[in-house]
Design a protein around this ligand. Structure first.
Ligand code: GLU
Length: 287
C-alpha cells in the first residue's frame, strides 16, 4: 500500500470513529478543555471597565424596555452596583425568565439582574450573590372574579410564565388547579385579558406592575396575600468567586451608604408609582 493510500484510509477511519462518537469530544480534546483556564470574569470586567448585564424588558417595576434603554428597580440596582465597582460602561441585554440561565451559561452576559429568585435548584446551575430584595408570589384576578385567594383555585386555570418559580409553587399550594404557561409577561397579560385563564400568578410586585401598566388598571385586583418567599439575587456563572465577591461587596456598600434605600424609595416609597411597604433588610458582613 502506498503512503498516500494509507493516509487516505486513516482519514476515512478517523471520520467513521468521529461519526460513531456523535457530539462527544475525543478524550484528548475533553481533557484539554477541562485543563483550559476558565475565563476570569472579574479580571476582564475590571480591566475593560465594561459589563454586560441581563435584565428584564417586560417585567414592571423591575425591568422594562423604554425607548432604546431599560428602566426599573433592577436596572437602578444594576447601574449602582456597576458604579460602585468603578465600571464605566454598562450594556443591558434583554432576557426572559425562560432564557436568563441559558444566556448566562452561554457567556452572553456577565451577570443577570432580573427579578430572579435564589433557589436551591437554580444554585445547581449558577451562583447567586446575597439577596438584594425580597418579594412573594401572589394571585391577580379580574375585579368581578369570585376567587378570594389561592384556596379557591380547584378546577380553575392559572396563567404563569415559563422558567419562573410560579408554576412550581402554584402546583404545591393549589394542586387541583391547572396552569397555562406563557413565554413572557407580555403574553401572560394578553392571555389574561382574553380570558384564557381565571387568574395569573407571579411575584406580587410584578402583578402590581402589570396591573398598573394595563389599559384598565381598575379591572383587576390582588386575591389574598403573598404565599411564598422570593429572595432576589444577582446570578453569575459558577466558579467565578472573585466576581461574585465583588458584587456581594458592592451590594453591601449600597446598603451601608444609603443608595439602596434611595433606589427603593424611588420605586416603592411614599408617593411612588408602585408605593408599597417593603419588608426587607441586608445585614452587611463585618469589614
Ligand atoms: N421571582 C420569580 C422567579 O425568579 C418570578 C419572577 C420571574 O420569573 O422573573 O422565578
Amino acid at each position: 500500500m502506498s503512503t498516500r493510500c494509507g493516509l487516505f484510509l486513516l482519514a476515512i477511519f478517523g471520520m467513521l470513529l468521529a461519526a460513531c462518537d456523535g457530539d462527544r469530544p475525543a478524550p484528548a480534546a475533553a481533557a484539554a478543555a477541562a485543563a483550559a483556564p476558565r475565563e476570569d470574569i472579574f479580571a476582564r470586567v475590571m480591566a475593560d471597565k465594561r459589563v454586560r448585564i441581563g435584565v428584564k424588558a417586560d417585567t414592571p417595576p423591575f425591568g422594562v424596555a423604554s425607548g432604546d434603554t431599560y428602566v426599573g428597580f433592577d436596572i437602578d440596582i444594576a447601574m449602582a452596583v456597576a458604579k460602585q465597582l468603578g465600571i464605566e460602561q454598562v450594556e443591558f441585554v434583554p432576557v426572559t425568565s425562560a432564557d436568563r440561565i441559558k444566556r448566562l451559561l452561554h457567556g452572553d452576559v456577565d451577570m443577570v439582574v432580573a427579578s430572579m429568585t435564589i433557589t436551591r435548584y437554580r444554585e445547581k446551575k449558577v451562583d447567586f450573590t446575597l439577596p438584594y430584595f425580597q418579594d412573594g408570589e401572589g394571585l391577580l384576578v379580574k375585579k368581578e372574579s369570585p376567587i378570594a385567594s389561592y384556596l379557591d383555585l380547584a378546577g380553575k386555570t392559572v396563567g404563569c410564565v415559563k422558567g419562573s418559580t410560579s408554576s412550581y409553587y402554584m402546583k404545591q399550594v393549589a394542586p387541583d388547579c391547572a396552569t397555562k404557561v406563557y413565554a413572557n409577561f407580555d403574553e401572560l397579560m394578553a392571555g389574561f385579558d382574553k380570558d384564557e385563564v381565571d387568574a395569573i400568578t407571579t411575584d406580587t410586585l410584578i402583578l402590581i406592575g402589570l396591573m398598573k401598566n394595563a389599559r384598565e388598571p381598575d379591572a383587576y385586583r390582588l386575591a389574598g396575600d403573598r404565599f411564598t418567599t422570593e429572595p432576589y439575587g444577582i446570578a453569575v456563572p459558577e466558579n467565578q468567586s472573585r466576581w461574585r465577591d465583588a458584587l456581594d461587596s458592592a451590594i453591601q456598600e449600597l446598603w451601608e451608604n444609603g443608595r439602596w434605600q434611595v433606589i427603593c424609595d424611588s420605586w416603592f416609597g411614599p408617593g411612588a408609582k408602585y408605593e408599597t411597604s417593603v419588608n426587607f433588610s441586608i445585614t452587611p458582613y463585618p469589614h
